[in-house]
Ligand binder design. Structure first.
Ligand SMILES: *Cc1c(COP(=O)(O)O)cnc(C)c1O
Length: 440
């Protein structure tokens, strides 16, 4: 059995969005394999999160583990300035083969937020190079999420995001209304007008439109009409605005298409990928642009693209990504995602009739119960752990995005737990409220 010093953790370790004076409970994990996390007390949890969209092929996949072990023995890291290596070259070759053909130039970054920073810098440098220096603003749609660094924060939802907390340090950007038309449905007029109007009015200042194609993840858990993406592509062409697709959560099959842009058949000028790029084994992201963007950057006053992280194109991370992409190339993901989608549609349908549930939606390997009220993440998480599953609700959403290799019985356990917790929600929240009162 593994020894986890929870007291040390509470005293000294930040967790995502955590408090050091009132740390939320954490669960010690000792190991994981397939779609199962093993707690340090030996109990198993079926993983409904893929560790935040990343671990698509499951934990301890032999192909990825072997690739990393072999790479580790040859070259774990070397700087990328003035040096290159097979790992970066072959990964980029594999990645470009999957992407829309117009995307040709790869920047290997170390995390999703950095890939977004890189994309925004590319867009700004591009317009300098094209001699339109007034194009300095970024347009995005409301309810988006693009990461936690400063430029990424500036294009997150201005109300649910962190704009107010950091005030003037967050660059003001432009926001169009979030698309209301649902995935699979045609576009409503107000969605068309919303985007058209901002572009019409401000295009002379707008360098790029950044959005999460088809699925708004951490900001909204919302699936919108692919026609909106088509419209965005058309309007960006019309108004001379670059289109940046943030596929960090949607990429690599999660929404049922290899990339969410494929649902609309469009090519962005710049695309960001991350999370599942390495199969979730180690941090790596990429920002990929077309020839036109690269050419514009070359003509900017700097003459070069101004970014270069220490761990750029880390060989170990690239080897994990190569292995993960080779698993994608087998094409199995397609059937796996479709099977997960069909099963979730069937099993989550029962939630439609629950008084706590406002909406049920499923797209690809993502299943969402939207509730009427905001949940207490810590309390609900503990309820899921009691039921042997790992689900981390936030805001008004109980949602899952399991590894593609999950077995049908495991997925059923996840959906059953979701429905049970949504059913018992009033008692669960009431009980936790009473506990808070009595414990002060
Ligand atoms: C998670 C996410 C990011 C940020 O990626 P990190 O690796 O956490 O920095 C950016 N955009 C989207 C759409 C994401 O889901």
């Amino acid at each position: 059995m593994n020894n986890i010093d929870y007291a040390f953790d509470r005293q000294h370790l930040w967790h995502p969005y955590s408090s050091m004076s009132h740390p939320a409970p954490v669960f010690g994990i000792a190991s994981a394999s397939g779609a199962t996390l093993v707690q340090e007390n030996g109990k198993q949890l079926i993983d409904g999160t893929s560790s935040w969209w990343a671990c698509i092929h499951g934990y301890q996949h032999p192909v990825i583990v072997d690739a990393m072990q072999q790479q580790l023995q040859r070259l774990s890291h070397v700087m990328f300035g003035g040096i290159t290596h097979e790992s970066a070259i072959e990964l980029s070759r594999q990645l470009l083969a999957l992407l829309p053909r117009s995307l040709t130039k790869v920047f290997l970054a170390d995390s999703g937020s950095i890939a977004v920073e890189v994309a925004l810098k590319m867009a700004l440098q591009y317009w300098q190079g094209r001699n339109v220096p007034k194009k300095q603003k970024i347009l995005t749609i409301r309810h988006g999420y693009h990461g936690d660094t400063f430029a990424a924060m500036s294009v997150c939802d201005p109300e649910e995001g962190m704009h107010t907390m950091f005030g003037d340090n967050v660059t003001p950007q432009l926001f169009a209304p979030a698309p209301k038309s649902r995935f699979g449905e045609p576009l409503c007029q107000s969605d068309i007008d919303g985007l058209q109007q901002v572009l019409e009015q401000h295009h002379q200042q707008i360098a790029a439109l950044i959005l999460e194609p088809v699925m708004q993840g951490a900001g909204a858990m919302w699936f919108y009409s692919a026609d909106y993406l088509k419209l965005a592509r058309q309007l960006c062409n019309k108004y001379q605005v670059l289109l940046i697709a943030d596929e960090i959560a949607t990429g690599f099959g999660r929404t049922g298409a290899l990339f969410a842009c494929d649902h609309a058949g469009i090519s962005p000028d710049i695309m960001c990928v991350g999370k599942a790029l390495t199969g979730g084994y180690i941090s790596l992201a990429a920002t990929v642009c077309n020839d036109e963007v690269a050419a514009g950057i070359n003509q900017s006053p700097a003459g070069v693209f101004m970014h270069g992280p220490t761990f750029m194109a880390n060989p170990l991370a690239c080897s994990a990504a190569r292995a993960s992409l080779s698993l994608m190339a087998s094409g199995k993901w397609h059937q796996q995602v479709r099977t997960i989608e069909a099963q979730m549609r069937q099993e989550l349908a029962a939630a439609h009739s629950l008084p706590t549930v406002k909406d049920v939606r499923v797209l690809g390997a993502v299943g969402v119960l939207e509730l009427h009220e905001t949940v207490n993440t810590g309390v609900l998480q503990a309820e899921f752990v009691k039921r042997g599953v790992w689900v981390r609700p936030f805001s008004r959403f109980i949602y899952i995005m399991p590894p593609y290799i999950i077995a049908a019985e495991q997925l059923s356990q996840l959906t059953q737990a979701m429905i049970e917790v949504a059913t018992l929600l009033p008692q669960i929240q009431q009980h936790s409220h009473q506990q808070t009162l009595s414990h002060g």
